[in-house]
Design a protein around this ligand. Structure first.
Ligand SMILES: [Zn+2]
Length: 214
């Protein structure tokens, strides 16, 4: 007997009777033609910051990579297991996406963990600790700022980590070459869960600003 939590089965029923019904032609076309999304989103695993919901995206529109803290590690072709780099490689080299958006969000638990270095690992493997140590230098700098409140430090590191990931994206030769040719553009965004506000990074200044919506 198939076994899945009831709320997932209920959601799937709604999907088949709703969205799939109205978009079945699109799904069939995507199955036939393959996917060709123009945009890759690097987002956090956080259940409150789903890119498809925030950008109202249909099937085939967004190639989404989610990991803890929406981090992109630096380019390291060392034969280890690099899931984020694998997704990036596929998006850029095979799908030939035109945009990559690194989207952080408010109240990020991963970022909070990076700031709170005194807390015990969640398991002996301390996978989160190791992963978030990517931004340890930035976290130490932000933590040292005694004039900031805890909330301000959290928001600051959430936004710094987006700039950090964008800088790491450019350490991948395929990304920097295509960006140099004008065939790929990189973007930063930060989503405020409590208000629904999306702040977009200004390419020239690195500041996060509210876009003017029509
Ligand atoms: Zn998060």
């Amino acid at each position: 007997m198939p076994h899945l939590p009831e709320h997932l089965l209920a959601g799937y029923r709604n999907f088949m009777n709703g969205r799939y019904l109205t978009e079945s032609g699109r799904y069939r076309e995507l199955a036939r033609e393959g996917q060709a999304p123009e945009t890759m989103i690097v987002a956090c695993c956080d259940s409150r910051s789903a890119p498809e919901a925030i950008f109202d995206a249909g099937p085939g529109e967004l190639f989404v990579l989610r990991n803890v803290g929406n981090l992109v590690p630096p380019y390291e072709p060392d034969g280890e297991f690099h899931s984020t780099s694998a997704a990036l490689e596929f998006a850029v080299q095979s799908l030939k996406v035109k945009n990559i958006v690194v989207m952080g969000h408010g109240r990020c638990g991963g970022i909070r963990a990076a700031l709170d270095t005194n807390s015990a690992p969640l398991s002996p493997g301390d996978f989160i600790g190791k992963w978030m140590s990517l931004i340890a230098p930035a976290a130490e700098t932000v933590s040292a700022s005694t004039f900031m409140t805890a909330t301000e430090r959290q928001t600051a590191l959430e936004r710094i980590s987006i700039r950090y990931s964008l800088a790491n994206l450019r350490t991948f030769p395929c990304v920097s070459i295509l960006e140099g040719k004008g065939r790929l553009s990189l973007h930063g965004a930060w989503f405020d869960i409590s208000t629904g506000e999306l702040w977009v990074m200004n390419k020239d200044t690195g500041d996060f600003e509210r876009p003017v919506l029509e």
